[in-house]
Design a protein around this ligand. Structure first.
Ligand SMILES: [Zn+2]
Length: 468
C-alpha cells in the first residue's frame, strides 16, 4: 500500500478570517480526495493561495473577501458554466473561496425571511436566491477543478475521490418515525387527516382515493395502517441493508408525534429495529432548540431507554442554522442530517459529500459531520406526478457528482410513507427501487466515523477531537 499523499497549503498573509476559511475549504478538498494536510515541510505537493514568498507547485488565484454577517451573497458571475462569487483581480475564480461559500453558507445567516416554521426557505438559500440548479453539486465541481491542478503537479494522486467504503458509491438510508401508535382511533384520525390534506391542501383527489384504498387493504390484512416500520424492516433485511431510524424522544409541541418512549409499541419497535442491526438516532422535537437543554434531554431519554444515539435530524427539519450545530457539539454528537429541504430535491450546500459545518463565530470547522439530506420521498412527488419516475429522479440526483464524488449523502423515507396511507401509492416501490439501483447503503454513524477520520487527516480537527 502506498503512503497517504500529503499536501501543504500556504496562504498569502492578510485577513485572519480569510486564512481560516481558505484552510477550511482546503481541508474539504483533502478530506474528499484522501489527502493528509501537513503544516511543515516536506509535503508531496505544496499549494499556494495568492502570492506567497516561497515556491509552490500550484498557485491558486485569491479573491475571497469575507462579508459582514448581515450581507447576503451578491449575484454570481458565470464562467465556464460555473457560478462565481469570488473572483481574483485577474478575473479568475478563487476556487477555495467558492467552496467556502457553499459549505459554510454565510448567505443563509444573513436571511431575514424565515418561513412560518422558522426555517430558511429553499428560495432564500445560496442556490435559491440566485436561481442556481440545486441538483448539481457545485462544491464537488470546484473541488474537481482544484484536484486537476494539484494532480498535474502530483500525478500519483488518484484521479477521482477514493471512497472510504471501497469501490462504488455509498449512501445513507434514513427513516424519521413521525407516527407510532397502536390506538385505532388515533390511527383512523391520522388517515382521515391525510385524506383531508390530499383533497383540500394539495387538491389531489386521486391521492385521497389511494389513501382510503390502502387503509382498507391494510385493515383487512390486520397490518398497521399508518406505521410502515414492519415493511421497512422486512425489505431491508431481504436486501441486507442497514439504515438509520430517528425517534422523537419527547414530544414538546402539537406538531410532534405524541408517542412516548415508555409505550409498549414504541419500546417493542425500537428493540426490533436495533436487533436488526439498524441505527437509532434522535429526531429532535419541534421545540428542541427553543428550550435550553431540550435536545440534550432528548438524547439522554433515548439513551436511558437503552438506545444511545450519536446523531440527529430535526423533526420538520426545524432549525435556523448555527444553533443546531452548537447544541449538537455541546452534546458531543457525531453527526447531523438536517441540511436539506422537505419539498425540494438537491444539494443545499452544493456538496455531494459529508462535511464538517463551519462555525462562523469561532472561525473553525465544527466537531461534527453533516450528512447532506438530498432526497426526501415527499419532494419526489413535487418533481413528477408519475411514481414510476421517482426512483430514476432520486438516483440521478444522488449520483449527481458523477466521478467527482463517492456518496456519503442521505435519503429520507418516512416509515409512514411506506403503507400508502400518508402520501398515496408509489413511495414504497420507489424506495425499494432506489435501494436496488446498484449502490451500497449504510448508516449515518458509519459515514460520520469515516468522514471524521478523513477531516482529521486533512487538518481540520484538533488531535483530541479527532480521537474521540
Ligand atoms: Zn419528523
Amino acid at each position: 500500500m502506498t503512503a497517504t499523499p500529503t499536501a501543504r497549503l500556504v496562504v498569502a498573509p492578510g485577513d485572519p478570517r480569510t486564512d481560516a476559511r481558505v484552510r477550511y475549504a482546503f481541508s474539504a478538498y483533502a478530506a474528499l480526495y484522501g489527502i493528509r494536510v501537513v503544516d511543515d515541510h516536506p509535503a508531496d505537493v505544496c499549494v499556494a493561495h495568492g502570492d506567497v514568498d516561497e515556491h509552490a507547485d500550484v498557485v491558486l488565484p485569491a479573491g475571497y473577501r469575507p462579508r459582514p454577517e448581515s450581507q447576503p451573497a451578491p449575484a454570481p458571475s458565470w464562467q465556464d458554466g460555473m457560478p462565481c462569487f469570488h473572483l481574483a483581480p485577474t478575473g479568475e475564480p478563487d476556487v477555495l473561496g467558492e467552496v467556502f461559500e457553499w459549505l459554510a453558507a454565510p448567505h443563509e445567516q444573513a436571511c431575514t425571511a424565515l418561513d412560518d416554521v422558522g426555517r430558511v426557505p429553499p428560495e432564500h438559500t445560496l442556490a435559491g436566491s440566485h436561481d442556481i440548479d440545486r441538483t448539481i453539486p457545485w462544491a464537488n465541481r470546484w473541488l474537481a477543478r482544484l484536484h486537476a491542478a494539484v494532480r498535474a503537479a502530483l500525478p500519483r494522486l488518484p484521479p477521482t475521490p477514493p471512497s472510504p467504503f471501497g469501490p462504488g458509491r455509498t449512501f445513507v438510508a434514513s427513516h424519521d418515525m413521525d407516527h407510532l401508535s397502536a390506538d385505532r382511533l388515533v390511527n383512523t384520525r391520522r388517515v382521515a387527516r391525510n385524506v383531508g390534506i390530499a383533497l383540500v391542501q394539495e387538491r389531489r383527489p386521486r391521492t385521497g382515493l389511494q389513501i382510503v384504498g390502502a387503509a382498507a387493504h391494510r385493515i383487512r390484512r390486520r397490518r398497521p395502517v399508518v406505521n410502515g416500520v414492519d415493511d421497512l424492516l422486512a425489505g431491508e433485511a431481504a436486501r441486507n441493508v442497514r439504515a438509520t431510524y430517528t425517534v422523537v424522544a419527547e414530544s414538546t409541541h402539537r406538531r410532534d408525534p405524541g408517542y412516548r418512549l415508555d409505550e409498549p409499541l414504541v419500546r417493542q419497535t425500537l428493540r426490533r429495529i436495533a436487533e436488526d442491526g439498524h441505527e437509532l438516532a434522535v429526531h429532535g422535537s419541534y421545540r428542541s432548540l427553543e428550550r435550553p437543554g431540550q435536545l440534550a434531554h432528548e438524547f439522554a431519554l433515548l439513551a436511558a431507554a437503552g438506545h444511545p444515539a450519536t446523531g440527529c435530524r430535526q423533526h420538520w427539519l426545524r432549525h435556523r442554522g448555527a444553533e443546531l450545530f452548537t447544541a449538537l457539539e455541546g452534546i458531543g454528537a457525531e453527526w447531523d442530517s438536517t441540511r436539506g429541504h422537505p419539498d425540494v430535491v438537491g444539494y443545499r450546500h452544493g456538496a455531494a459529500f459529508p462535511f464538517l459545518p463551519y462555525d462562523l463565530e469561532r472561525e473553525r470547522p465544527r466537531r461534527l459531520v453533516e450528512i447532506p439530506l438530498v432526497v426526501m420521498e415527499r419532494a419526489l412527488g413535487r418533481v413528477s406526478d408519475v411514481p414510476e419516475e421517482w426512483p430514476g429522479i432520486a438516483v440521478d440526483v444522488l449520483r449527481g457528482a458523477g466521478a467527482d464524488g463517492w456518496g456519503g449523502t442521505a435519503v429520507l423515507w418516512h416509515d409512514v410513507a411506506v403503507p400508502g396511507t400518508t402520501l398515496g401509492r408509489g413511495f414504497a416501490e420507489a424506495y425499494w427501487a432506489v435501494l436496488d439501483a446498484g449502490d451500497r447503503w449504510t448508516t449515518a454513524t458509519e459515514v460520520a466515523v469515516a468522514t471524521r477520520a478523513r477531516w482529521a487527516a486533512a487538518g481540520a480537527l484538533p488531535a483530541t477531537a479527532a480521537r474521540r
